[in-house]
Write a protein that binds this ligand. Structure first.
Ligand SMILES: NC(=O)c1ccc[n+]([C@@H]2O[C@H](COP(=O)([O-])OP(=O)(O)OC[C@H]3O[C@@H](n4cnc5c(N)ncnc54)[C@H](OP(=O)(O)O)[C@@H]3O)[C@@H](O)[C@H]2O)c1
Length: 254
């Protein structure tokens, strides 16, 4: 990047660990200024610290994406510090307890929906409002779906339902954003090595009831994919991308 080029501003939710951390660092390395959001400030600070020698500037902001006031405060800080937003990566998410639906606690169901769906809605809502009025107009929203946006794992009703819902949100925002130069795409990841996916290496229940160890892939491949999506001009969009450990059980029913 030359001195005269304007740095792009990105917001990554769930940036303190796993996929969010890897993607934030990749964007920073590439010269983006990145707002790191998540509930644990210490985890965000650690990522900002790691990014000190990279090209872009990191700003750590504690935010709970399930809380409308917290998301509004996050966007106030983005407006104040950078005045615009070019890329939103809606990455924050959570899993649920692996139980039959009749055993799933109602409060836990609500928490999964709040995090994986309402959180994405709240951040997208705020980003959409900013992107449609900023100058130059427009921006890109990338939603983190999952292989579970296509096919469930056993005992995953909350996670699967919310990740399927993200596909609808992606399509609706993609359509409604057209008139404002706002593009929206989705990355569906399978078995990237993070804390959330660590159980795959220990063995997870398959559809036939067996417990099987599943292959994992390095999270940096996801970071490269998100950077590719982010770097496209607004005249082009990766609408959906599936990136997965090549031999995980999915295609051809495993
Ligand atoms: N790893 C995979 O193979 C895989 C596959 C498919 C999809 N995904 C998706 O990738 C995303 C990231 O997962 P990961 O594997 O990187 O797991 P992870 O390390 O557990 O990351 C989840 C992140 O979300 C943040 N988060 C959770 N609730 C939040 C809230 N209410 N407000 C703000 N931030 C919140 C967490 O930070 P705090 O606790 O600090 O808030 C954490 O940094 C998730 O959406 C997941 O569904 C992962």
């Amino acid at each position: 990047m030359t001195e005269t080029e304007v740095r792009k501003i990105a917001l990554v939710t769930g940036a303190g660990s796993g996929i969010g951390r890897a993607c934030a660092l990749r964007l920073l390395e590439h010269g983006y200024n990145v707002v790191l959001a998540g509930r644990r400030h210490a985890a965000l600070d650690a990522v900002a610290q790691e990014a000190q020698h990279l090209n872009g500037e990191a700003l750590a902001v504690a935010c709970d994406v399930t809380d409308a006031a917290s998301v509004a405060a996050l966007f106030d800080q983005i407006r104040e510090r950078f005045g615009r937003l070019d890329v939103l990566f809606n990455n924050a998410g959570r899993n649920g307890s692996p139980v039959d639906i009749d055993q799933l606690d109602i409060d836990e169901w609500r928490s999964i929906v709040d995090t994986n769906l309402t959180g994405v809605f709240l951040c997208t809502r705020a980003a959409f409002g900013l992107m449609k009025t900023q100058s130059p107009r427009g921006g890109r929203i990338i939603n983190n779906g999952s292989i579970s946006a296509h096919a469930p794992r056993p005992n995953s009703v909350g996670y699967t339902a919310t990740k399927h819902a993200i596909t609808g949100l992606t399509k609706a925002v993609s359509l409604d954003g057209r008139q404002y130069d706002i593009v929206c795409g989705q990355i569906d990841i399978g078995n990237a090595e993070t804390e959330m996916a660590a159980r795959m290496a220990r063995g997870v229940r398959q559809a036939n009831g067996e417990i099987a160890v599943e292959p994992l892939m390095d999270v940096r491949h996801v970071a490269d994919a998100v950077l590719h999506m982010a770097e496209l001009p607004l005249s082009a969009n990766v609408q959906f991308m599936t990136i997965m450990a090549s031999k995980m059980p999915f295609v051809g029913r495993g």
